[in-house]
Ligand binder design. Structure first.
Ligand SMILES: [Zn+2]
Ligand SMILES: [Zn+2]
Length: 270
């Protein structure tokens, strides 16, 4: 039983870590620099730990740049305020991701900037045979270690780990939580200690300060991935710019622009 619990938590944590660290903060935003060696290392690690639901860094980055530019308006690829249900939002996100990946859909030139490229790995990672092989490997772990058939109910979650994390962040991070900053979208921070998605659920902080590698903005907020980034920076595995953006909460009474952290006026209905 403990093997299965450790396997589930381990796969969850590592999959979401590489999503936020490599796909989001590095590929989509370029928040830090990696040498060619370390870029390949983390690209490969993302392939391994996302496994059956590996997301292509370039398609992820293009889609995510669209999300920032159009956050919560009708061109946002995955706003919970555009789609009435989580499943429809996920389906439409998948269609756009696939279109950007295969070149059947184009994005605006301004979103096309640099992204990590490893054509062979991305080709292999997207093959059905590869995805099925990863799935079979997860199933073998359950066959060997699950003490009861009921544990197999967790198995499908392993198959869709990457998109499932995306769904949690995109839906909850723009719907349920508190706001530190006035933004023109409806982003919120869902969890003050985001151990569930390694910092991704600080959507409000992140939309206000999209280039800040630390997604936490208040003393009591914890972004675990920022802690890892600092360790990697100390070990010279990555390089942070000396001029990194810092997300910092300023209480309403200390602000001089009279802004507040309320939702935009048209957001009250949903
Ligand atoms: Zn967002
Ligand atoms: Zn982002």
């Amino acid at each position: 039983m403990y093997v299965i619990i450790a396997f589930f938590i381990g796969h969850w944590a590592l999959s979401v870590f590489f999503q936020t660290f490599f796909l989001h903060r590095y590929a989509a935003h370029g928040m830090f620099k990696l040498s060619p060696f370390w870029q390949r290392f983390f690209h490969f690690a993302t392939f391994v730990f996302q496994g059956s639901s590996y997301l292509n860094p370039r398609a992820y980055a293009l889609l995510h740049r669209e999300h920032h530019a159009f956050s919560d308006d009708e061109r946002d690829p995955h706003s919970p305020h555009t789609y009435p249900s989580l499943s429809l939002m996920m389906w439409k996100t998948k269609e756009r991701y696939q279109g950007l990946l295969n070149g059947t859909l184009r994005t605006e030139a301004r979103f096309e900037g640099e992204t990590p490229s490893w054509p062979l790995l991305d080709f292999i990672g997207d093959l059905w045979i590869t995805r099925i092989a990863w799935g079979a490997l997860y199933a073998l772990v359950y066959v060997k270690f699950a003490p009861h058939w009921a544990w197999f109910a967790l198995l499908p979650l392993h198959f869709v780990m990457g998109p499932m994390h995306g769904a949690i962040v995109n839906w909850c991070g723009h719907k349920y939580g508190y706001r530190n900053f006035a933004t023109r979208d409806r982003s919120v921070n869902t969890l003050p200690f985001d151990l569930l998605t390694a910092g991704e659920l600080f959507q409000n902080n992140h939309h206000k300060f999209p280039m800040a590698p630390n997604f936490a903005a208040r003393a009591w907020e914890i972004d675990p991935t920022w802690a890892v980034i600092r360790v990697f920076a100390a070990l010279r595995i990555l390089e942070l710019s000396p001029h990194i953006q810092v997300a910092r909460y300023v209480p309403a009474h200390a602000r001089n622009d009279q802004s507040d952290d309320a939702l935009p006026p048209d957001a009250a209905a949903s």
